[in-house]
Design a protein around this ligand. Structure first.
Ligand SMILES: Cc1ncc(COP(=O)(O)O)c(C=O)c1O
Length: 424
């Protein structure tokens, strides 16, 4: 025993193994990663003991009591799934039923592309996973391409394409003076990009601005993409959240499909089914024919295999149970509309409250913008004052998550915004 201890202490002793690293040296050069700006807002909110505190930073739906929501259609699907003890792996491409139902939402219930099997599609780890898988696919098969990303955009887009080593370019999107779309500059950027460029487009309810092109503008964008031979990759994280109707929110995609584009789409059930933590979504790429779709899908599956092998089962079961049952699907559509309508109602309430307080600034953009977010136009300094003096939390770019605004806090929020913008 004494001898064994002596040997092991000699093995562990650095002196006994000249040149050996100390046990702690492997990660000595690792610095802490910068905090995610959105998650940092939530941390600060949670740490604030004030009873008045309001969190309009986080991009997750809340009911009018400020509480997270589990949709009734999801509860019913859970009841039906309960007791299903099939824990086998899904295929690399995920649940075939879930993917088929998901494609109908984006491409249309009776899409000829679905019938002709021209869409390469795989279940993804929600919208983030779909974007990342596409970025990796783009890098592998179009290694010299770049991605054009709108200014501003969801911050993670930059991280995703950076980590996939796809060079990024930007295109104009938001015009601060009008708090609306900078359509002329956007079109110039589309025209000036090299032929055959890749563009990331938000299909609806643009994050963070809440500003979407009109139908006529989408048609012009699609036309110009055709002229230039650009590739459109649609990120659709909020289908249903813009208008309350998933079919209407797919308009941009349908315009591109009608114009004959071969597009890619990222879909997510985080927001519109409230399945945030289940990580369920879909990546699809429209191909020239079935043969090409089979090849593309096989490559997407291979990329997935190396990263996470296959996607999770439970969220996919919830989605396919809901969308595969006409009554549950109807209930889902009703519940999406309830969420979207509550947000639209809060936009009106916030604007009216500001106007009632005598604010002389224009707050029209609050009701013009759509989806979960309002790009308020508040400066970082004004946001800091809202946080420090009124315990109101949001990202410093002035993005208000309308999903966090309630009948109970809208007056307080309006009052605080009025106070910090009075002298502007
Ligand atoms: C524009 C956009 N794309 C993608 C996502 C990804 O969301 P998830 O991965 O939760 O589906 C989000 C989430 O906030 C988003 O706003």
């Amino acid at each position: 025993m004494a001898m064994r201890t002596a040997i092991s202490s000699r093995i562990l002793s650095r002196a006994a193994l000249p040149g050996a690293r100390s046990m702690s040296s492997w990660w000595r050069s690792v610095e802490p990663a910068p905090k995610d700006p959105i998650l940092g807002v939530t941390e600060a909110f949670l740490a604030d003991p004030s009873p008045d505190k309001v969190n309009v930073g986080v991009g997750a739906y809340r009911d009018d009591n400020g509480k997270p929501v589990v949709l009734e259609c999801v509860r019913e699907a859970e009841r039906r799934i309960a007791g299903n003890l099939k824990m086998e792996y899904l295929p690399m491409g995920g649940s075939v039923n879930m993917v088929q139902e998901t494609l109908k939402l984006a491409y249309g219930e009776n899409s000829e592309f679905i019938k002709d099997k021209r869409i390469a599609a795989v279940q993804s780890l929600s919208g983030t996973g779909a974007c990342r898988l596409f970025a990796d696919f783009q890098k592998r098969f179009r290694p010299d391409s770049q991605i054009y990303i709108p200014v501003p955009t969801w911050a993670n887009h930059h991280n995703i394409w950076r980590d996939a080593q796809v060079p990024q370019r930007s295109y104009h999107y938001y015009l601060p003076e009008t708090r609306g779309l900078d359509f002329a500059a956007l079109m110039d950027d589309v025209k000036n990009a090299p032929d055959g460029s890749f563009f990331l487009l938000h299909a609806c309810a643009h994050n963070p601005t809440g500003v979407d092109p009109t139908e006529v503008q989408w048609r012009e964008i699609s036309y110009q993409f055709k002229v230039k031979g650009h590739f459109a990759f649609f990120d659709m994280a909020y289908q249903g959240f813009a208008s309350g109707d998933p079919e209407r929110d797919a308009k941009s995609i349908r315009i591109f499909l009608n114009d004959g584009h071969f597009i890619g789409i990222s879909q997510s059930y985080a927001k519109n089914m409230g399945l945030y933590g289940q990580r369920v979504g879909c990546l699809s790429v429209l191909c020239e024919d079935e043969k090409q779709a089979v090849a593309v899908k096989s490559q997407l599956q291979q990329l997935a295999r190396r990263m996470y092998s296959n996607p999770p089962l439970h969220g996919a079961l919830i989605v396919s149970t809901i969308l595969g049952d006409p009554d549950l699907k109807k209930l889902w559509l009703k519940e999406v509309k309830v969420m979207a309508d509550r947000i639209i109602g809060m936009r009106t309430a916030l604007r009216e409250s500001l106007e009632k307080r005598g604010s002389t600034l224009s707050w029209r953009h609050i009701t013009d913008q759509i989806g979960m977010f309002c790009y308020s136009g508040l400066t970082p300094e004004q946001v800091d004052r809202l946080t420090n003096e009124y315990h109101i939390y949001m990202t410093r770019n002035g993005r208000i998550s309308m999903a966090g605004v309630t009948t109970g806090n809208v007056g307080y929020l309006a009052n605080a915004i009025h106070e910090v913008t009075k002298s502007a």
